[in-house]
Design a protein around this ligand. Structure first.
Ligand SMILES: [Zn+2]
Length: 346
């Protein structure tokens, strides 16, 4: 029996939703991760410290009794054109908020209140730089003339480079990178810049959306990319460069809202999150590098202590569930009814 034991990982990018939907899925994250950077794009964006603290309280209440005390949600605020500097100070002083999320308006689920022009936020970014509050970036331009597969690389030139030049000490996480251009950019920039990489962007290329027909459950944003980009992401993840770390971007939507004429973007992977990363690292002959990517580099970037307890997996096939209850609706998880090759044992 092949067994793999790791220091317990952190998920540096997850969507936990809210209320009953959150209760349905939260145990999947908590079973695997000690902490998670929780995205603020609820229907009512989590744009203030007060809203973040209330959301955190709801997350703690949603934890099953046996899991209480075993999970720490790390909150984020939703940046808008009008987020005042005073809100950044409040967020920092709360000790509960660990990043400010920048969604270009219209980029993804519930991003309508997002930033229309980052230059409008420059005084807020200045405060974040001074307060050492990280900026978490959904790195895609949204203008309709730009091809959907090019949005990330154009964002680097149009938005990220000017921001980095102006705010040289601002810590930035380039979230869910999907292209070799993003990998190169992160490698070349200062140590203030890190990036999360999802399991699904390393396991699938864009053909997966069109495999014998349209596959709504493989539609996410940033959209899946060409095989050359998928390979570049794997290279980055196994490179032992501490700038690259685990963030699942697990984003649950009900089956009903995915299998429709205008389906939502998002892939749910929390039910097999660390197992799927183990598959990627094993296929790349780099299993021994998984622990640092999953459990060390994210914590280091966020200036948090590394976790002390461990999780274990064995090499054993199991089928991911065909569907998961999502507050009375069905959620179709990644690999639904298909084999996952690593299995959690505790
Ligand atoms: Zn996300």
């Amino acid at each position: 029996m092949i067994q793999l034991t790791l220091i317990r990982p952190d998920d540096c990018h997850v969507h936990l939703r809210d209320d009953n939907q959150m209760c349905s899925i939260l145990p999947d994250t908590v079973r695997r991760f000690a902490r998670a950077i929780v995205m603020p794009n609820l229907k009512l964006p989590v744009s203030t410290t007060e809203l973040a603290l209330a959301y955190r309280k709801r997350i703690y209440s949603a934890l099953p009794v046996a899991m209480k005390g075993h999970f720490t949600p790390l909150m984020t605020l939703y940046l808008t054109d009008n987020t005042p500097s005073s809100e950044i100070i409040r967020a920092k002083e709360s000790g509960a908020v660990h990043g400010i999320k920048f969604y270009p308006a219209g980029a993804t689920t519930h991003s309508n209140s997002g930033v229309t022009d980052i230059t409008k936020c420059y005084s807020t970014l200045e405060t974040m730089e001074r307060a050492d509050m990280p900026l978490l970036v959904h790195g895609e331009v949204t203008d309709p003339e730009t091809d959907i597969f090019d949005r990330e690389k154009i964002f680097i030139d149009k938005v990220l480079i000017p921001v980095i030049k102006r705010f040289q000490k601002l810590r930035i996480v380039f979230e869910h990178i999907t292209t070799k251009e993003a990998v190169e950019f992160v490698k070349e920039t200062s140590n203030n810049i890190g990036a999360t990489i999802t399991a699904h962007h390393m396991l699938l290329n864009r053909n997966a959306m069109f495999n014998s027909g349209i596959r709504p459950h493989h539609y996410c944003l940033p959209v899946l990319k060409h095989e050359t980009h998928r390979r570049a992401l794997i290279e980055a993840a196994i490179s032992e460069n501490p700038k690259f770390f685990l963030g699942t971007d697990s984003a649950p939507h009900s089956k009903f809202t995915k299998e429709t004429a205008c389906g939502c973007a998002g892939i749910y992977t929390s039910h097999a999150a660390i197992e799927l990363y183990a598959e990627v690292f094993e296929q790349a002959n780099a299993l021994e590098k998984l622990e640092a990517f999953a459990s060390f580099y994210g914590a280091d970037f966020y200036k948090m202590p590394r976790n002390k307890d461990t999780i274990s997996m064995i090499k054993e096939n199991w089928n991911a569930p065909a569907q998961i209850d999502f507050s009375g609706e069905a959620l179709i998880p990644f690999r639904a009814n298909e084999v996952v090759t690593w299995k959690m044992t505790d």
